[in-house]
Design a protein around this ligand. Structure first.
Ligand code: COA
Length: 168
């Protein structure tokens, strides 16, 4: 039987990360424990009207990963189809975090479509740490905008930037 996790396998963890939360960071670190390398790929998807520019979103992730001293995690960004990005990076694993049951429908559609677009690709799901299973980037932005504390859900640099950006 073919080995499922091959040596030197690179996995890509895509997302909008507007902004990155501890839920995402937990998935990134756990993926980095499994795979030889992990590329966190920030999607340049203006349709989602992100609060932070692509440069800022990439910058937060780079700073956070630098502080964690892990050398098998890289931060990048992409535009267009995710499968094309994976092909360019010679990667064939997509990492996704599953939070609650309602994520399933959406993830099922995405992974099935990605598989149709490129049969080489497998999506690997990690269960989100239960501490973060109810948060999303939108929820964090809403709380920060209304003056609530987002401590414990996003790193300090992100919390500060959110307050600056949203409470003006
Ligand atoms: N902890 C906390 N929050 C999490 C989380 C976790 N482990 N996992 C996901 N979330 C949150 C995200 O912050 C996001 O919140 P938001 O909607 O409030 O911004 C929400 O859950 C949805 O996350 P996700 O499913 O990762 O969506 P996304 O917008 O971040 O990323 C892409 C979607 C970029 C992966 C997808 O649109 C894509 O691949 N685009 C490229 C174009 C393409 O190839 N399209 C065809 C695909 S078949």
């Amino acid at each position: 039987m073919e080995k499922i996790i091959k040596k030197h396998q690179i996995a890509v963890y895509p997302g909008t990360f507007d902004p990155v939360t501890y839920g995402h960071i937990d998935i990134i670190n756990r993926a980095a424990n499994i795979f030889e390398g992990v590329i966190v790929a920030v999607a340049n998807n203006p349709d989602k009207n992100p609060v932070f520019t692509i440069e800022k979103r990439v910058g937060f992730l780079k700073q956070i990963i630098k502080d964690s001293n892990r050398n098998n995690i890289k931060i990048d960004f992409f535009k267009g189809l995710l499968v094309d990005y994976l092909e360019m990076k010679k990667a064939n694993i997509i990492i996704r975090g599953l939070r609650v049951f309602t994520d399933f429908d959406y993830e099922f559609a995405y992974s099935s479509m990605n598989k149709k677009l490129s049969n080489e690709i497998e999506t690997v799901f990690l269960m989100t740490n239960e501490k973060y299973s109810f948060i999303s980037s939108s929820l964090i932005k809403e709380v920060a905008k209304l003056g609530g504390s987002v401590k414990g859900y996003v790193p300090e640099i992100v919390a500060k930037a959110l307050i600056q950006k949203l409470q003006d």
